[in-house]
Design a protein around this ligand. Structure first.
Ligand code: T3D
Length: 264
């Protein structure tokens, strides 16, 4: 068993969480799932204002550790639905629902659930040498962890089908040009760029940023009219926040705002 499948490094206002099973390209075991969920719970309880998720070694994450599936010796007859219910779905829901920005720094290959977990972060940066692989079809599985939901929304139906059914690696620069990720960056700049973004978020209007996340997530299924109503409601809440008052005051006084991130 890995001693520390997830590393947690607290910075000023944000936390760097590193998937740490580099010998297996940071693929998921139950222990790594448990450690990651605990880390996310701790990060939220600590009042952190941004999360940076990355991988140790040469990969970001290769999805499920297939050794665990082989080791079961059950010829693939395990109930994978149970694994999805118990581990992958709660993880994606947790990441999407965090009330502060999340940044994935994809340092190398992101495959299977590893790709879709990266894509469930708000901002996805990838090293130029990284690639994204919907590896599922290669082993007879279906993209999970939100893959079938996020892919057509980000890259369109034709490309989503190609990625899911051909399971070919998509290099970081193409992922950027297709709109799958925010940005591909030079390998040696990946962490510094991700840290700069997290530092910006850590001194940002966290409550307002959380409302932006809520609005954009709801927009995926809302009609325009419902979305307009939601924007009104979220704007009312944001407009009552101390950060809005500070933002306007700072603008008028021609200085940088000192946001607290608080709701009230
Ligand atoms: O089961 C459930 O709970 C259902 C949920 C499933 C979610 C999923 O994620 S299913 C998809 C699982 N993942 C994959 O199918 C990806 C398998 N890996 C690969 O296709 C390739 O490794 C990569 C494309 C990711 C990277 O290729 P490459 O050539 O850069 O590296 P490599 O040589 O294949 O891998 C390096 C090592 O990591 C190697 O070990 P070794 O030979 O050096 O001892 C390889 O076996 C290991 N590794 C990579 N991925 C996994 C893995 N070991 C276990 N599980 C993996 N997923």
């Amino acid at each position: 068993m890995d001693e520390t499948p997830v590393l947690v490094d607290k910075r000023a206002g944000y936390v760097v969480v590193t998937l740490n099973r580099p010998q297996r390209l940071n693929s998921f075991t139950e222990a790594m799932h448990a450690a990651l969920i605990k880390a996310l719970n701790d990060v939220e309880a600590d009042g952190c204002r941004a999360l940076l998720l990355t991988g140790a070694g040469r990969g970001f994450c290769a999805g499920q550790d297939l050794n665990d599936r082989l080791a079961a010796g059950d010829g693939g007859k395990r109930d994978l639905g149970e694994s999805i219910s118990k581990f992958y779905n709660p993880l994606v829901r947790r990441l999407r629902g965090l009330p502060f920005p999340t940044v994935a720094a994809v340092n190398g290959v992101a495959a299977g659930a590893g790709a879709n977990i990266a894509l469930s972060c708000d901002i996805v940066l990838a090293a130029r040498s990284a690639n994204f692989v919907q590896a599922f079809a290669k082993i007879g599985l279906v993209p999970d962890s939100g893959g079938t939901w996020v892919l057509p929304r980000l890259v369109g139906a034709a490309r989503a089908r190609g990625l899911a059914m051909l399971a070919e690696p998509l290099p970081a620069e193409k992922a950027e040009s297709w709109g799958l990720i925010w940005k591909a960056v030079d390998d040696d700049k990946l962490m510094s760029e991700a840290e700069t973004i997290c530092a910006q978020f850590a001194s940002g209007p966290t409550f307002g940023l959380a409302q932006i996340k809520r609005a954009l997530d709801a927009a995926e299924s809302n009609e325009l009219s419902a979305q307009l109503d939601l924007e009104r409601d979220l704007q009312r809440e944001a407009g009552n926040s101390p950060d809005y008052a500070e933002g306007v005051k700072a603008f008028m006084e021609k200085r940088a705002p000192a946001f607290t991130g608080r709701r009230s």
